[in-house]
Design a protein around this ligand. Structure first.
Ligand code: ADP
Ligand code: SF4
Length: 689
């Protein structure tokens, strides 16, 4: 079944004293669940075990209470009490023969300790470096502290062993782990034997690895995760210095885990980073060490993976996001089912679960983090219920996912789409600058649906209530999407505001269609996700001059959560977009807009030839509403259920729509659960005083 050219990916490969069954290596990744939702996180890792990964890691695990990153929710290993939770995780990881790894993190200058209230300990005394600029400074570790920290690492290693792990990753990448803080001159200003020369800066990691080898090294593999380039200029741990460090410490860990730079670099979205983007930084490092190397690069193509191995660049294919989008990626390659791979689109919605301390979602894999909470398997649907068919109206992300998943369950499905293509908003948005990979949302589902004998797709079929009643399907799923508003109503304006009819006013829908504006265009972004910035790029490409006005303090503010806000600002600024932050729009005149400062309310006009309103969306729910009015006729038409889903129900990011489609398919013909909670959760056990 397997194409022999991929055989190399399935070779067992050694990591110190343990052997991985293949080269598929799920590198540590957050999931927004962590210590708060340990069973959900464990089941998520378990799905990867079932999907064929050879190595599976936890997210970062805070290994001592003197260093924690509240409000972000990761794992904790502070005392023996934490062991059962972690054991549950390692057990699910190992169910199908994978190696279970734990990533031990001491955050040092990254840990503000908002929860434990301990004074942060760092390599040098510095303000805490976090996403949130906490007004907290760290004290420099003295010699006693360093001795303590070495002992704490040994304690954590012993506990990790007791919790059933095979591998320990020492975190020193992304600017987040203490090993990097020692290695980098940006965070190591010491003048003792731990600072100064590279040899001195590498002393601490050498000591910890040696201590841990003595404690657990004969049974567990020790890996070291460092960034390939700190990307902060000469002062940082540059790629040249990383190479020097590896060469000097050739066989220090059992495996080198080479991340890219900052977390933003390493998890760069597809809008800014291609597959295998770190290739030049990692190339050639292999010659400096005898130990295996794992590297990342949003790998979804088995051919690219094979190239990485055959060229001697990597020994293991490191994946976080590709393993989230498709936990069964290795098995699909193994079984010769390349077309079935659900490729990551690089949107970073998964990251937002961590950044918003909620629980992660994935645009491509709606079951992510619902494996335990809802019992959703990433590849298998529940059995078909009592009814036999469904009509899905609208082939956007919600309708496509509902169709795919209903067909998987065994229903006869008719999919009616008003236009000539499948994909809905994705079919249009994939042509916007930087968003072509998002088309995979439609491509994956279009192919899956094409393989199903029980789905009929109808194009150019704009249905209305009358035709739906005539067809006589038992279940009607309405996924007719949403349209951008033309009246500017969103957050600044909850009701329409004055506009002059003489001014040309466009929405993103117009610009994704035939409209080609010219001259100076003002974009009013009161949506705050990606669309405002993307439209600015599009207009520059079309030769316009562009001013982007937003009441937020950042361009595309919510993309702080997808780790791309800084790239968006940089790209727009470099393209010549004029950016007006902290400004709203209070009126649109015939050849200008009137803006206001969100703090002082001082107004200022900006002359322009047209305005693009990127504000909010209106649900396309008229078909549903018409059908609802005629509820009395449903029974005669054979209709049992009618449901509105996705953007037509409440507009949101694409991930919300695929989730809605999946949920619809899962719950069709399900039991009425009344007022019960529709998912499982874990509640902290009350201490016995
Ligand atoms: P979502 O994100 O919820 O999936 P989209 O806007 O991406 O929503 O997709 C909605 C799809 O529904 C579009 O492709 C649109 O052409 C289609 N559509 C809208 N109204 C109708 C209708 N009455 N009949 C059939 N298709 C429709
Ligand atoms: Fe990839 Fe987006 Fe899914 Fe994250 S949420 S794994 S980036 S598709």
């Amino acid at each position: 079944m397997r194409d022999p050219r991929y055989d190399i990916l399935f070779e067992p490969t050694k990591i110190g004293p343990v052997m991985a069954k293949n080269r598929f290596y799920q590198v540590p990744h957050c999931n927004g669940g962590g210590y708060r939702d340990p069973s959900a996180a464990a089941a998520m890792r378990g799905s990867k075990a079932e999907g064929g990964w050879g190595v599976i890691f936890t997210e970062q695990c805070e290994m001592h209470h003197t260093s924690e990153i509240t409000p972000f929710i990761e794992l904790r290993l502070w005392e023996d009490k934490d062991i059962p939770m972690l054991r549950k995780m390692s057990e699910t990881m190992k169910e199908h023969g994978a190696l279970a790894g734990i990533q031990l993190a001491y955050s040092g200058v990254n840990g503000p300790n908002l929860y434990t209230k301990e004074v942060p300990l760092a390599v040098s005394a510095q303000p805490i470096r976090t996403f949130t600029n906490d007004p907290v400074q760290a004290r420099a570790l003295d010699k006693t502290d360093i001795r303590d920290l070495r002992r704490w690492f040994v304690n954590a290693a012993k506990r990790s062993k007791e919790a059933g792990f095979d591998l320990i990753c020492l975190y020193g990448a992304h600017g987040f782990g203490i090993f990097q803080h020692f290695l980098s001159r940006a965070t190591n200003h010491r003048t003792d034997e731990y600072g100064g020369s590279l040899e001195n800066r590498a002393r601490f990691v050498n000591e910890v690895v040696s201590d841990m080898r003595d404690a657990i090294g004969d049974t567990m593999g020790i890996t070291l995760r460092v960034s390939l380039d700190e990307t902060i200029g000469d002062l940082g741990f540059s790629n040249a210095e990383v190479r020097e460090f590896v060469e000097m410490n050739r066989n220090l860990p059992d495996l080198w885990d080479l991340a890219q730079g900052t977390w933003e670099d390493c998890s760069g979205p597809s809008r800014f980073k291609e597959e295998a983007a770190q290739h030049d930084l990692v190339k050639g490092i292999h010659e400096l060490t005898d130990r295996p190397i794992v590297g990342v690069g949003r790998f979804t193509s088995p051919d690219v993976m094979v190239k990485m191995i055959n060229s001697g660049t990597l020994d293991f294919i490191g994946c976080a996001r590709p393993s989230i989008a498709d936990p069964f990626l290795p098995n699909k390659i193994d079984e010769g089912r390349i077309e079935d791979i659900r490729e990551c689109i690089g949107c970073n919605i998964c990251v937002t679960g961590d950044m918003t301390m909620s629980i992660s979602r994935c645009t491509q894999n709606p079951t992510f983090m619902e494996e335990w909470r809802k019992g959703w398997h990433p590849e298998r649907m529940n059995a078909k219920g009592v009814s036999s068919n469904a009509l899905v109206i609208g082939a956007g992300p919600a309708g496509l996912e509902a169709t795919r998943a209903l067909a998987e369950r065994g229903y006869e499905v008719a999919l009616a789409e008003a236009s000539r293509v499948l994909g809905g908003r994705v079919a249009r948005e994939r042509h916007l600058p930087g968003l072509s990979a998002w088309g995979r949302v439609a491509d994956y589902r279009e192919y899956q649906i094409s393989q199903k004998a029980n789905v009929e797709s109808y194009f150019e079929s704009a249905l209305d209530a009358e035709s739906i009643l005539e067809f006589g399907f038992e279940n009607i799923c309405i996924a007719t999407g949403a349209s951008w508003r033309r009246d500017g109503v969103s957050r600044q304006h909850v009701v329409p505001f004055p506009t002059d009819d003489a001014m040309k006013i466009y929405t993103p829908d117009d610009l994704m269609g035939e409209v080609n504006p010219t001259g100076h265009i003002v974009i009013f972004d009161d949506d705050h996700y990606y669309m405002g910035g993307v439209i600015a790029e599009l207009l520059i490409q079309k030769g316009c001059s562009v001013t982007l006005v937003t009441p937020a303090a950042y361009v595309s503010e919510w993309t702080l959560n997808t780790l791309e806000q800084h790239e968006i600002h940089r790209r727009l600024a470099q393209m010549g977009v004029k950016i007006e932050l902290n400004r709203g729009v209070i009126a649109i005149g015939k050849d200008y807009i009137e803006t206001n400062c969100v703090f002082t309310d001082l107004t200022q006009p900006i002359g322009c030839d047209a305005v693009v309103l990127v504000t909010s969306k209106l649900e396309n729910n008229s078909v549903y509403n018409d059908l609802k009015v005629r509820e009395a006729e449903w029974a005669d038409s054979g209709i049992k259920t009618v449901k509105l889903i996705g953007d037509a129900n409440a507009p949101g990011p694409i991930a919300w729509a695929t989730y809605a489609g999946h949920r619809y398919a899962r719950e069709l013909d399900g039991d009425d659960i009344g007022d019960a909670l529709p998912f499982r959760r874990e509640v902290t056990e009350l201490a016995i005083d």
